[in-house]
Design a protein around this ligand. Structure first.
Ligand code: NAG
Ligand code: NAG
Ligand code: NAG
Ligand code: NAG
Ligand code: NAG
Ligand code: NAG
Ligand code: NAG
Length: 575
């Protein structure tokens, strides 16, 4: 999920208050004993919050008497779908849901798993996590079979999940021990999907950085990460590459690299890196880690060691619309946001191995390392298709001091994009003052139902970053306003605005395919179940199912949106 929360924390200056706190544990760089692992976990628990276990700690089998329960009443009148009702999705269209390990797995200390930055940060109240910890979340580690059964009832043909690096390599490093129990968990998970006719889609890295790599060299602040990521990726490819045929290396690289502006990463800065520049130290290291892992993947395929499959990364962000379309300056901010937010990752990979011109002109080489010619060669073309987590479109406005003054001053709060983000200006449109769309929950002020702009996004992306593999929407979803205030099941289940968002969005996608001839090949909905939503933890809900945390089995209940999506695909998906 794309979160503007951290950006808000950084910009509001909260950062400096957070720099004290506990330091990271001393890294483990050899030996790698159980005592070493225990010591890493002690640093997670040092703040006095021990890791807790779920009530359910054995794998639950699917229910023999499973049923989706009573159908909801009619929700939207049929005439609303009139323009799209006879449009079919292309054959082989990927229809599924999306999750991430930290947000759903739980069982963090089980099966020999090592701690991640999120375990350490939330437990020590260093990372803002709504005073919660990701120890149990929705306990998918033990409840995945029933969860797959529940999702199958939606008719999905794909399930996108992420692998926790520290579950496979508790210490993270190349040469450190590999946890067979960790590997086995994902084997079981993948097998359960395949048994149910659901294609597994695996993401290698969805923000859960092994704590030990943070301690040793600051993770993506150091190019040692390239080798360690490649080692991890290679282990995953070899283990699962016969069964998993669609891979993502990274989830939302921009949001991830932006996290390097905040604690605890800022305690790791060396050599003149600071909060402004750290994200741009991360960028080339992440792109190179991606490209090298893709090389490894393709090598394994050509050696016949794994099945032929496809690989890319999940981009994030959007091309905004101008606040005032008559303003040349606002229109330029649109391009800056598109190039500097998305293009910084997409252009090297899909176009020419290099950053967009606006990036090169704004961010000096001393801050954003330039790629060598050899690096450009392996980066260019290092993806088989395009994928984007595309939640919503925002509005771009020129900052009060103008683009030039901002772009030439590294310490300007809007540098380097130079988009005015004060006063929630990204959420209302043009001089008229109208909102860009129906707002999501106020805890996610960046999100609105802006499906009227989906075709604009898809047209621009496919034109700017063309690829023969087509485009996938690897995440989209919605936070129902004030859902956490609802207490009764009949209220919780009636997620009308989420349902509207999903149907509006899906119908816009149909038109993009049918009228704009966009080569859209799949859509993955965030998310099948309310989860641990990073900084907002269980408070912010994006799920098609509710979880009752007061029950020992963390009982799941379907919401209205689950049925709406199921019925949409029943109507439009062909064999
Ligand atoms: C299914 O069976 C379990 C016991 O095995 C029971 O607790 C549950 O209520 C049953 N569910 C339905 C939908 O009948
Ligand atoms: C965690 O830190 C926040 C401030 O960053 C504070 O408001 C909160 O009370 C702290 N929680 C605990 C359990 O110490
Ligand atoms: C990267 O990490 C290695 C290993 O810890 C260290 O020797 C090296 O100095 C670091 N490089 C930078 C640029 O910080
Ligand atoms: C951060 O580093 C950059 C590049 O060295 C420098 O221009 C800038 O002034 C620094 N920012 C702060 C707040 O120190
Ligand atoms: C921006 O949005 C947040 C969240 O809805 C709200 O609390 C805040 O008052 C808004 N700020 C402005 C200036 O409108
Ligand atoms: C959650 O479970 C508790 C305990 O069984 C129950 O009292 C409560 O009504 C449930 N809440 C919902 C929304 O179902
Ligand atoms: C265990 O179940 C009880 C309800 O019986 C619940 O209150 C508690 O939060 C559960 N513990 C965990 C870790 O989920």
């Amino acid at each position: 999920m794309w979160s503007k929360f951290l950006e808000a924390v950084i910009l509001s200056g909260c950062l400096t208050q957070l720099t004290h706190a506990q330091s990271l544990p001393a890294p483990v760089t050899s030996g790698y004993s159980q005592t070493d692992l225990d010591r890493l976990w002690q640093s997670v628990e040092q703040g006095g919050v021990p890791v807790v276990k779920a009530n359910v700690t054995r794998v639950l089998e699917p229910l023999a008497n499973f049923s989706v329960g009573p159908e909801p009443p009619r929700f939207r009148p049929a005439y609303l779908q009139a323009t799209t009702q006879n449009i079919e999705l292309p054959k082989g269209f990927l229809y599924g849901v999306s999750t991430a390990a930290t947000q759903v797995e739980g069982a963090v200390k089980e099966g020999g798993r090592g701690p991640s930055n999120w375990d350490w940060g939330c437990h020590n109240n260093i990372t803002v996590c709504n005073n919660e910890v990701p120890d149990v979340t929705v306990n998918e580690y033990y409840q995945y079979k029933q969860d797959i059964q529940r999702v199958k009832a939606m008719g999905v043909n794909a399930f996108s999940f992420s692998i926790a690096w520290a579950r496979i390599l508790p210490f993270g490093h190349r040469g450190s021990p590999v946890s067979e129990e960790g590997l086995q968990f994902y084997d079981n998970f993948i097998d359960e999907l395949l048994k149910n006719g659901i294609e597994p889609v695996a993401t290698l890295f969805h923000w859960d950085t092994p704590l030990n790599l943070m301690s040793q060299y600051g993770a993506f602040l150091n190019n040692s990460i390239v080798e360690d990521f490649d080692n991890y990726a290679s282990i995953a490819f070899q283990r699962y590459g016969k069964k998993v045929k669609t891979w993502f290396t990274f989830n939302e690289p921009h949001v991830y690299c932006d996290q390097y502006a905040a604690y605890p990463y800022n305690s790791l800065y060396t050599g003149g890196i600071n909060a402004t520049t750290a994200p741009y130290t991360c960028v080339p290291n992440l792109i190179k880690a991606h490209a090298v892992a893709v090389q490894t993947y393709r090598g394994l395929i050509s050696e016949g060691k794994i099945a032929k499959g496809k690989i890319a990364l999940k981009h994030d962000g959007q091309r905004p619309i101008p606040f005032d379309s008559n303003s040349a300056s606002d229109r330029e901010v649109v391009e800056r946001r598109a190039d500097i937010y998305i293009g910084i990752f997409s252009q090297p990979i899909y176009v020419d191995g290099n950053y967009p011109k606006r990036v090169l002109d704004t961010i000096p080489a001393s801050i954003l390392r330039r790629f060598t010619d050899d690096e450009k060669k392996i980066i260019k073309g290092s993806a088989d298709f395009y994928a984007i987590d595309s939640y919503a479109t925002i509005v771009a406005k020129t900052p009060p001091n103008g683009i030039e003054a901002c772009a030439s001053n590294v310490n300007d709060p809007n540098w380097p994009i130079c988009q005015d983000i004060s006063d929630n200006v990204s959420q209302y449109s043009t001089q008229s003052g109208w909102a860009v769309g129906a707002a999501a929950d106020p805890l996610s002020p960046w999100l609105a139902d802006t499906s009227q702009w989906l075709r604009y996004q898809l047209n621009w992306l496919t034109k700017t970053y063309p690829t023969p593999g087509g485009i996938y929407i690897s995440e989209f979803g919605f936070a129902e306003p004030y859902e956490y205030l609802r207490t009764e099941n009949y209220q919780l289940a009636w997620d009308e605005r989420r349902s509207n968002y999903l149907l509006d969005y899906l119908n816009a996608a149909l038109l993009a395919i049918h009228e704009d001839k966009i080569d859209l090949r799949g859509m993955l909905i965030w998310t099948p179940i309310d989860n641990f939503e990073w900084n907002l933890a269980t408070q912010q809900k994006f799920g098609l199912q509710h979880v009752n945390h007061s029950t020992p089995g963390l009982d799941r209940t379907y919401k209205l949106s689950f049925f709406q999506v199921r019925d949409f695909f029943k109507q439009h998906l062909v064999g």
